[in-house]
Design a binder for this molecule. Structure first.
Ligand code: FAD
Length: 433
């Protein structure tokens, strides 16, 4: 494939809806665009069409990674994902590993560079370049993208599918559903694809927002005083008094509650527990890796080392000063007091606040702020060597519509690229084509 970085096509070559085609890909997001490109490699002379409900393709890519698009991660394993069966996720990821994704983007004229946590971004730091390269790749493959063309229904019939769209009907021998989930519905991914999949016989694992900030309630909106502060913590989601997940990473306080990678990663676990009707609790250990006893021993020793040290000054060596101020206020300990005068009871109160602080989570911010959707079409409904539906012959499913969601770090796009690659492999051996 030749470099297409300078090939600045309009976002979508809006095309008339054909009456029929061999392969109809529904959705021009990451998974759909990649499917079109990979499919052309294995089907050089078949007619392939991409149907996109929104005005332009790749809307979500454009705003991803803060406008920089975290394309993938240097290390991707099934352990970076939640949802359906790990073994299935592993098989699909292995078909197009991160190293090959990086090479593919380089071939498309989008070299990537690595940042903290193995995150890979375009060297230009522009998500726009990712969209342009993919759209140019689809155009170079001779695959039309029919924009403003929302698929309303797909019915299985002899010889393929009759697809009803907002721009008329189309007959397709095979259909690839790449309609994404419900996150950020204004981008075009509003969950309509689930109804199409359901109509074609699939069960949908109930969906919840994922990678979404939490809102904090309660009568004391102390988080507003901390807005903008970010620090490393350990966050625990409790369901029915058992640990559902414990994660470590950066927490960002905001005017509405909490965000940052650790909160985003934890959110799907909270939402899933709530979906199951479980009692949930969210606690923070502000001194990750340290237990109550560890920290209590450490604080008990400190007055010998720094007899004149203030309580606030000491706690501020463990957490940001503003968090220290807040915690001392909440546990009712005078911050200017001397450490050597700290009573055992007050010390234990502080240690408890530092290691198991309960956040009054009222909710997540919902799909409008979620980066991903947890739940979707069950992975057991697809053959992981082809992405073919086991339920509906001739149907393929790729990307976020499936019951898989990755953590923060480029994993969700890698899922889109890998599943698209596998679908093309399936198309190459499809007897219907
Ligand atoms: C703000 C934000 C930032 C993100 N940042 C990152 C990041 O940096 N790295 C990362 O890995 N992931 C990131 N993600 C997640 C990532 O964007 C998604 O997981 C990924 O885009 C999913 O790709 P997809 O093609 O399966 O679905 P989508 O990108 O959602 O694409 C689906 C497409 O199908 C179209 N469609 C839907 N229904 C129909 C229909 N009925 N008819 C026709 N077309 C239809 C939609 O309009 C859309 O264009 C981010 C998400 C958000 C919201």
């Amino acid at each position: 494939m030749s470099s297409q970085s300078s090939n600045r096509l309009p976002d979508s070559p809006i095309t008339r809806l054909p009456d029929s085609c061999d392969v109809a890909v529904v959705g021009a997001g990451a998974a759909g665009l990649a499917t079109a490109i990979f499919a052309r490699r294995v089907l050089p002379s078949h007619s392939i069409v991409v149907l996109e409900g929104a005005k332009k393709p790749g809307a979500k890519i454009l705003i991803s990674g803060g406008g920089r698009c975290n394309v993938t991660n240097s290390e991707v394993t099934d352990a970076d994902f939640w949802g359906g069966r790990r073994t299935i996720v592993r098989q699909i990821l292995r078909a197009l590993p991160a190293a090959e994704t990086i090479a593919w983007f380089r071939e498309m004229g989008v070299p990537l560079h690595e940042e903290a946590g193995g995150k890979l971004f375009p060297n230009t730091n522009r998500a726009r370049d990712v969209v342009d390269a993919l759209v140019a790749g689809v155009a170079a493959a001779g695959v039309p993208i029919v924009a403003n063309c929302r698929v309303l229904e797909a019915v299985r019939e002899a010889g393929g599918f009759r697809v009803t769209t907002s721009r008329g009907t189309l007959d397709a021998r095979v259909l690839v559903l790449a309609t994404g989930g419900r996150s950020l519905p204004k981008s075009g991914s509003d969950g309509a694809g689930y109804a199409v999949a359901e109509h074609l016989g699939h069960g949908i694992v109930a969906t919840t927002p994922g990678l979404v900030p939490f809102t904090l309630g309660g009568s004391n909106p102390y988080h507003q005083d901390l807005a903008g502060v970010s620090h490393d913590v350990e966050l625990t989601i409790w369901a029915q008094d058992a640990v559902a997940i414990r994660l470590r990473g950066a927490l960002l306080w905001t005017h509405f509650g909490i965000s940052g990678p650790v909160a985003l990663d934890a959110s799907r676990h909270w939402a899933r527990a709530r979906l199951l009707g479980h009692d949930t609790r969210v606690t923070v250990n502000f001194c990750p890796g340290q237990s109550f006893d560890d920290l209590d021993r450490r604080l008990a020793r400190l007055p010998h080392d720094r007899p004149k040290g203030s309580i606030h000054g000491t706690i501020a060596t463990l957490v940001p000063a503003s968090v220290a101020t807040l915690l001392l206020r909440e546990v009712g300990v005078e911050p200017s007091g001397e450490l050597s005068h700290l009573s055992r009871d007050h010390r234990r109160r502080i240690v408890h606040a530092l290691t198991e602080w309960t956040l009054e989570v009222s909710d997540t911010r919902g799909y409008n702020y979620a980066e991903v959707t947890a739940g979707g079409v069950a992975l057991t409904d697809i053959d992981p060597s082809t992405m073919r539906s086991r339920i509906c012959p001739g149907l393929y499913l790729v990307g976020e519509i499936l019951d898989v969601d990755g953590r923060v770090g480029g994993f969700n796009f890698q899922w889109a690229w890998s599943s698209a690659f596998v679908a093309a492999r399936g198309l190459s051996t499809d007897r219907r084509l």
